[in-house]
Design a protein around this ligand. Structure first.
Ligand code: PLP
Length: 390
């Protein structure tokens, strides 16, 4: 039958240690999760500032629903563009320093919107090999040539741009790489974009809220200008703790997206309550309380890196909340994750195809909601798993 292939393929994945499973949480997002009735100390989430379950943000969501209802009723261009979205766009533009911003229901959709709106057949996208899956899909959807350069390799990118005869060029990169935690060389990429008259599209899913003054993101962190050739994409379900995404740029590029981007036009607007929650979350994110959260996050990162110095695994260079520990083998990484789980710690094992073959890893992600003691528990548990059996 037509579905027999599926069972074969699923069995193959199971044998290779590649089958993915979900765990159902019986607790709100946060370091202290309840799974199957059992408390686990979790290092899994992208809730970098601890805002996902923040009482003020949750209250803004509830108040927003009471005032604006649960749904928007239509797409933005029909009648679903309720006032909280308009306020959110204005706030995001001012916060990121761009002329205008447009919100999307998810970051995945924002990326699918940006690339096909700017380039098409006969054009070329120059993309880092470790870019997020949504950026890879976005290039395919655009039908532009997909020219991939080795991770953060500016010299190779320069050669590729020099040799390109494409009509329009677009440089596409994560700002903070989601499985490695390192930063893209955005200053150098911007210089190349200027030299070759290319767009520079920066996906700041993991930098927005975390890096830069007030958490304005990776561009602000590196002191880059709000240039008309830069499009900044930020997600609102990670450090901002809610859901959704935005694209910031000039008046005209944002207007162009609004007119042409199918993932913006042909979808129902998110709940207005989500926009209300985001306005509250941005209040905290940009406030002195946000600075305190970011400073605490940095202290946690330093503590983890110091505590891991004695373990046998390779720690990638990362100054962000994403702290991957490369184990290598798929089955080995599952064994380490299980060893941690046995001690009540939950750290996700990331395997191919999410990361390159042979680089399976524990993806430790830290949140301002963790304590220094939480991090010490993790390093102690890792040392116990690493110790040879007696
Ligand atoms: C999470 C993520 C996305 C997708 O954002 P969602 O809002 O979760 O759809 C896009 N790009 C990167 C780099 C991400 O990490």
């Amino acid at each position: 039958m037509i579905w027999d292939d599926l069972d074969l393929e699923l069995a193959k994945r199971r044998d290779q240690g590649l089958l993915r499973t979900r765990r159902t949480l019986q607790s709100p997002a946060g370091p202290h999760a309840i799974v199957d009735g059992r408390p686990l100390l979790a290092f899994c989430s992208n809730d970098y500032l601890g805002l996902a379950a923040d009482p003020a943000v949750a209250a803004a969501l509830a108040d927003g629903a009471r005032h604006w209802g649960a749904g928007s009723g239509a797409s933005h261009l029909v009648s679903g563009h309720l006032e909280p979205f308009q306020q959110l766009e204005a706030r995001l533009a001012a916060f990121t320093g761009f002329a205008r911003a447009l919100t999307f229901s998810t970051g995945y959709m924002a990326n699918l919107a940006i690339v096909p709106s700017l380039v098409g057949r006969g054009d070329a996208v120059f993309a880092d090999k470790l870019n997020h899956a949504s950026l890879i899909d976005a290039v395919q959807l655009s039908r532009a040539d997909h020219v991939r350069y080795p991770h953060n390799d500016v010299a190779t990118l320069e050669r590729l741009l020099e040799n390109s005869t494409a009509r329009k060029k677009l440089i596409l990169t994560d700002a903070v790489f989601s499985m490695d935690g390192d930063l893209a060389p955005l200053t150098e990429l911007f210089a190349l974009a200027e030299r070759f008259d290319a767009w520079l599209v920066v996906d700041d899913a993991h930098g927005f809220g975390v890096l830069g003054p007030q958490g304005r993101g990776s561009l602000a962190h590196l002191g880059l200008p709000a240039s008309p050739r830069i499009l900044l994409m930020g997600t609102l379900g990670k450090a901002a703790g809610v859901s959704g995404a935005f694209v910031a740029g000039t008046e005209s590029v944002i207007e162009w997206l609004l007119q042409t981007a199918r993932p913006y036009i042909f979808t129902t607007a998110a709940s207005p309550a989500v926009a209300c929650a985001l306005l509250a979350s941005l209040d905290t994110l940009a406030s002195p309380d946000g600075d305190t959260r970011r400073a605490h996050l940095q202290a946690l990162i330093a503590r983890l890196r110091a505590g891991l110095a004695g373990t046998p695994w390779r720690l990638l260079h990362s100054d962000t909340a994403i702290q991957p520990i490369v184990v290598g083998d798929n089955h080995a990484v599952l064994a380490v994750a299980q060893g941690l789980l046995d001690q009540g710690l939950w750290v996700p094992a990331i395997r191919p195809p999410t990361v390159p073959a042979g680089s399976a890893r524990l993806r430790v992600s830290l949140s301002a909601a963790h304590t220094l003691d939480d991090v010490d528990r993790l390093t102690t548990a890792l040392a116990a798993v690493a110790a040879p059996a007696p």
